[in-house]
Design a protein. Sequence first.
Length: 281
Amino acid sequence: MRTLPLLMIAVVLPLSGCDYIKSRFGAKPDIYYATYGEGYAAKPDLAQLEYEHPLSVKELVKVTPQYLDTLSQEQLDQLYARLPAGPIPDGAFDGSIVFPKGSSGKLRLAEMLGGLKGLAAQFKGKKLEIVGETLWKGKVFYRDEKVLRNRIEDLTILRPIIGAGEIPKISVDGRDAWLLFPAKLYCGQSLLDSRRESIIIDYAFTDELPGYREMPDSLAGRNGLKVRDEIRMIRPGLYLGRAYLDRAFGLNFILENKTLAKAGEADFLAGKIVQECWSGT
């Protein structure tokens, strides 16, 4: 168990009442992003970027899902690389996909879904990117078991391939969701930034987990898309995630739990967030 990295604590500035109010009414965070080009050689050094422009708690409390939607993929990468993993979440989180500004992210999602033989046939007449956003509504973390399951609110499209049998359900804010696609949960190396660990959501051995159903759960596993997610904490109750398919980057996503955000705010402002994953040096 580790406390918030010194590089973040050093730049923590207490929020005044005015700043707190602004953060709740959408004040844009003043976060620096390095200039970049298209080629790999034109990308900034992430370690140098963090050394010169570390993220402050004062700015991170202003980050909202709406703000993340305004960022390019390179800016999302630069933000993610400067975040610590934070504590491993517990409970239900709402999820949403982030399509970077000026990108073809929706096309990428459509390619991912369309590559699933047998499942793509169910999508006739529908835009695949809309299907992806409709199917997935979030994740449920079972922290003590080191297991995660995904919340699916509409089984209409998946029903033909799921078959018979009862599927476990959960109710979140009065909305029922089915729990599918189990994954292992642990700390591990980030595929973007190896200087510190991320929280890993690994579907490679989904078939070994309780409640596994060959269809559709195998679609995300080692015989399917080989999905591996990683997340880091922006602030309590808000995590930025990256989904990989066979180690190739696929898309960004957000996980949010507003109840946990409110409960953890005071400790976050005081720099008391516990780090369970390796936070680097």
